[in-house]
Design a protein around this ligand. Structure first.
Ligand code: ZN
Ligand code: ZN
Length: 578
């Protein structure tokens, strides 16, 4: 019996060794495939390449015509064939995820061309402003070199817009208006930025004349497109609403969730009810402190709103806004370390900078991350000021980002939110996870990290902190309810504004901005809550699996170690391991 056991273990040992060797070989081949795949990808999508720091194809402007769509389809079909030469089982965990990401990307491209057909009904897809502005403004190469790329790229602008005119069939009126507005905005890149840049170069008069001539032709092409859109006889405009079927498919490709749209909708409704209940408890508890014997308003929601409005008056002075954000970061780092929530690499300190000129006017804080090809790129935490704002606008903003919410914003953007996630994902370098990163995982982590900090006592469990956190969390929850209701349940503008203003306690300007956004985008607004929900569900399951051995730190670190991957794939790995 004993001998037999030994033999068996030996056999397993041998099997594991050959299996490991086979896996290693498959991974080597797969890594080579990934490299070749990305090279071929950039040939098909040169503007995408430029935008993430791969500059080989900066001089190319793709003409979005039928021939190009066919080229794209051919590319996707060939790549799917190549991809399917690999057997998923033979790959490492990290490569398995890359396989899924490439597969999803290719199928999604086919679906966009053959089924969604945005090129027929979304005229705002056509806009050359951004890709020219990027080459003009980013200092990755000497100006003369970048201007050369632009000169070549300019040549195709007229053909680009002619193709756009041929493609457009039945645009939604909302996308039509957006396209007019955004292309009018793009004009300044050519009428001002390009001309200013030319002045910095010493060119011969003949060459200068050539450059100006081509630029003028491009400007005329943009103007002609704007005119085409303004005159468009849109007798049967398409609804801006995506409808249930397309929405479900888009949700699957973009979010890559283990849950269906309906499940996420129900989870968001449930979370909203939970938040309202908790917020009312806190309001009742805080009421005497702020209002003494004054009776509470008749409804729960109006009582919560009164309390939030009252607490929001506690905010930093306008002049201290920027320094206050910077001051909070060391406190967040200290808290994460003291509570042992996850490892923070001391060699990767957060670089804080005042917002650069081109971002001016975007107050608050945001992360700028280097693209996958930007060697030695630095991630910056941009902190904005309220310079140049009217007193009224500044006051409204400072109340929105009051004493409590400002701390939650720092958690979300920096520590342990987006910045920390980025540091971890750079430790598992994968070009595929970088270019095909999952937005729901990235936003979900930032939203989850807010809750995780408060659960562990950040803010000393002050009722005010929890109340304002719940209001902030309600924004993600209601973004999801709004997006699904508008695109699949025919929700009206009045119903949408009621949701945002009366049930999520937003100001009118914020609510109207959101209504505008939901008309011209779809699915993206669900990413925050969906990712958050999936991560909290995964943590529950992981905790159950680990039993007494469960440690929050281990969960957080393992979760982050797979890069910006869809949560459902990280889930498969975390729950199947030992
Ligand atoms: Zn004030
Ligand atoms: Zn975020």
């Amino acid at each position: 019996m004993k001998e037999f056991m030994l033999l068996l273990t030996a056999c397993i040992g041998y099997f594991n060794m050959t299996f490991a060797a086979a896996t290693a070989k498959a991974d080597v081949n797969f890594d080579m495939y990934k490299k070749a795949f990305t090279e071929r990808l950039w040939k098909i999508y040169p503007e995408w390449a430029s935008s993430i720091g791969y500059h080989k194809y900066d001089a190319i402007l793709v003409i979005p015509n039928k021939a190009n769509r066919e080229k794209e389809l051919l590319f996707t079909k060939e790549e799917l064939k190549r991809l399917n030469h690999f057997s998923l089982d033979s790959l490492s965990d990290l490569n398995k995820i890359d396989f899924h990401l490439i597969d999803n990307f290719l199928k999604s491209s086919i679906w966009q061309i053959n089924t969604l057909k945005g090129y027929e009904w979304n005229p705002s897809m056509y806009n050359v402003g951004e890709s020219f502005a990027y080459i003009l403004n980013e200092n990755y190469a000497p100006l003369s070199k970048r201007i050369n790329s632009i000169y070549s790229k300019l040549k195709n602008v007229p053909a680009y817009y002619e193709a756009a005119k041929v493609n457009i069939k039945n645009p939604s009126n909302e996308h039509l208006q957006l396209a007019i507005q955004q292309n009018e905005g793009a004009l300044s890149v050519f009428e001002n930025d390009f001309i200013d840049s030319l002045k910095e170069l010493s060119l011969t008069p003949e060459l200068k004349k050539e450059y100006f001539k081509r630029n003028d032709t491009a400007i005329a092409a943009i103007k002609s497109y704007i005119k085409f859109l303004q005159d468009f006889k849109n007798e049967h405009p398409r609804s801006f609403r995506l409808g249930s079927e397309l929405y479900a498919e888009k949700f699957n490709y973009e979010i890559q969730s283990q849950y269906s749209v309906q499940e996420i909708y129900e989870a968001a409704e449930k979370r909203k009810d939970y938040l309202h209940t908790e917020m009312f408890k806190l309001t009742t508890q805080l009421w005497p402190k702020y209002f003494g014997n004054t009776p509470m308003p008749p409804t729960q929601l109006s009582a919560i709103k009164r309390m939030i409005d009252t607490i929001s008056v506690q905010h930093v002075e306008r002049a201290n806004f920027q320094t206050e954000i910077e001051k909070q970061l060391p406190a967040l780092i200290k808290f994460v370390r003291e509570k042992n929530l996850l490892y923070l690499d001391p060699n990767k300190p957060l670089k804080v900078r005042k917002e650069p000129g081109y971002m001016a006017g975007v107050a608050g804080a945001s992360m700028s991350s280097p693209g996958p090809y930007e060697k030695n790129g630095i991630a910056y935490y941009n902190v904005g000021s309220l310079a140049g704002w009217s007193d009224e606008k500044a006051e409204s903003y400072l109340r929105e980002y009051n004493k409590y919410v400002l701390q939650i914003l720092n958690i979300h953007e920096a520590i342990p939110g987006h910045y920390v996630q980025l540091v971890y994902s750079n430790k598992a370098p994968s070009i595929i996870k970088s270019i095909l990163s999952n937005g729901a995982m990235i936003e979900g982590w930032a939203v989850y990290s807010e809750l995780m900090m408060l659960e562990n006592g950040y803010g000393n469990n002050e009722p005010e902190m929890w109340l304002l956190y719940y209001k902030w969390n309600l924004r993600s929850v209601c973004n999801t309810i709004l997006d699904i209701s508008v695109h699949t349940k025919n929700e009206s503008k009045d119903e949408a504004l009621d949701l945002l203003m009366n049930q999520a306690f937003q100001q009118k300007t914020e609510a109207e901005g959101k209504w505008h956004r939901v008309q011209v985008t779809s699915v993206q607004l669900t990413s925050y809550f969906t990712g958050f929900y999936e991560i909290t569900k995964l943590r529950e399951a992981y905790k159950k699996k680990m039993g007494n051995a469960y440690k929050l730190k281990n969960f957080n670190e393992q979760f982050l170690s797979y890069g910006s991957s869809p949560v459902k794939y990280i889930r498969q790995i975390l729950l199947s391991k030992n």
